[in-house]
Design a binder for this molecule. Sequence first.
Ligand code: SF4
Length: 500
Amino acid sequence: MRYIEGVSRKRKIVFPEYLDDYIAQDNPVRVIEAFVDSLDLKELGFVRAVPADRGRPGYNPADMLKLFMYGYMNKITSSRTLEREVSRNIELIWLLRKLKPDYRTIAEFRRQNKEAIQNVFHQMIALYKEWDLFGKEVVAIDGSKFRASNSKKNNLNKKSLDRRIKYINEKLNEYMSKLDENDSEEIDSRTPDKEEIRERIRELSNRKKTYQDYNDKLENEGINEISTVDKDARLMSVNNNGVDVCYNVQTSVDNKNCLIVDYDVINNPSDQGQLYKMSKKSMAALGVDNIKVLADKGYYNTEDLKACEEENIETYVSKQVFSNATGNREFYSDRFIYNKEEDVYICPAGHKLSCTRKGPVGDRTKRLRYTNSSACKACEFKDLCTKGNRGRHITRDVNQDFLDIVNKRTEENKELYKTRQMIVEHPFGTIKRGWGLTHFLTRGLDSVKTETSLAFSAYNMLRAINILGTKEIIKRLKGNSFFFNLFRLHINNNWMINAL
Ligand code: SF4
């Protein structure tokens, strides 16, 4: 028996092989090449898209963009790893024609071309629209938390700052008293001498000053927290009831092929208030004037839902069900039935709760309050229903009649609504669990948007390869490229106008 043998390293090759021979015709790396070559990098805003007349030649931004596209499609995102790969990865050697930029050049390209890289994503969307890859009827919107380049230790709020200042004060007092101790006292070898103590006092005083400045900043700017490494990142809830310093990445995904239509990155942990904005962005990207939008209950916001309705955006959003203080499911707010004729709620015990506060409870909540304290006092279910001494109250949004329409629509289209998770989980599942891209390498909102753009462009490109195949995409990209460019330029201008 024998094993399959490799080729001898000393064997002479009569006819030298081409580098191109190592890359199969249907290798996805050829799609990257064709896609980037079809772009008008100057129009997209890339720095040095036109080579300088004088001086040392720099790298072509097309080559650098190809490198990043390849990196994100192959889970290689750091500039140092990309630097290593350009020397040993045959696909990259082919793609870059043996160019070997160092990690500083690679990182600098990403830093200098933030907006242009984001434009590439939109250019790809315009192209996919021409290829009919979007259904343009239904999009699912969702948000996911990606860890920022900022540890929890470097995220400070008033409480943690006060705790640190208190600790420093205690240490300073301790060192001061050591200094005051009898000079003549024998000091063993492990005890810091006076100069060392003074040095520690100086260092602690500097730290205290920094923390006090942070405290002032919190107060002056009316903010709750400061991230000292990535100033834009915020503490957010993540899976399994944990918290981490993150960004909230918003996505809208078309239901036809689970392709990402548009995205945004925010530093607010809540999805509230994002529904209308993301829906409008999706409509502009798809070039449609009406759309169905699926979103989870985190997006349930009256103002947003109303704004969507006014702009032909048909929303399917799960409503918020508020539990009661006792946690008994039988007495949740959704068990209270509203009677429109009498303007009362009928509670599970059959009593009527009438409106006891006619005006909205403040501008923020815009809710009416319904109570029946006398019935509650004598109710045998009181302990199961509420913990309040004065009985149970139910609040009603002043726009509840409108919200009921949205609720009814969502309820009557359960099958459509159920597809939401499948649609939106496809990109997040692939990028976070499949590729392991759960955290950002760069800092600042603008930079993390660029990273997101690269990851989402890579996802969309791989999806298109799965749907159409490598050869078909290359054929489409190479054929009629002049007219594609004209078309995409037109679409891009429209997209920008609509987005404004
Ligand atoms: S406590 Fe009040 S609201 Fe609750 S079931 Fe009894 S009567 Fe109804």
